[in-house]
Design a protein. Structure first.
Length: 128
């Protein structure tokens, strides 16, 4: 009879070890999907380039179209003028549009409405 509890204890320890091993393996597999998937663009004002001063984080934004994963990136190529560039999901430049809001102080966000085929930008402005 002393063998039965010992055997049960060994099986229990082996089972616990197998569960811990499987849990660790699945956690490692999930961790691989996080992190940088890629990047694109360089500093500058031309197509596919971004002018984002590093001393402030309020003048750029991005949005993603969930239907095709295209990316919209906002920057400020000249003071007071904002630009939104559209890229494919792999980073190929497609188009851009520029606008000048009255009394701008930063580009805060970009939203994509695929149903209406529109993009929306929120530019902070100085209230006078």
């Amino acid at each position: 009879m002393s063998r039965t509890p010992s055997l049960r204890l060994r099986l229990l320890v082996a089972l616990a070890g197998a569960i811990l091993l499987l849990g660790a393996m699945s956690a490692a597999a999930r961790a691989e999907s996080y992190g940088e998937l890629g990047h694109f663009g360089e500093a500058g004002t031309g197509n596919g380039r971004f002018q984002i001063p590093y001393e402030t984080s309020e003048i750029h934004a991005f949005g993603v179209d969930p239907t095709d994963n295209s990316v919209y990136v906002g920057d400020e190529p000249t003071e007071g003028e904002y630009r939104i560039q559209k890229f494919t999901a792999t980073g190929t430049f497609l188009a851009s549009v520029s606008f000048k809001p009255a009394h701008p102080i930063g580009l805060e966000g970009i939203a994509v409405d695929p149903a209406k085929e529109r993009i929306y930008a929120r530019a902070d402005t100085l209230v006078l």
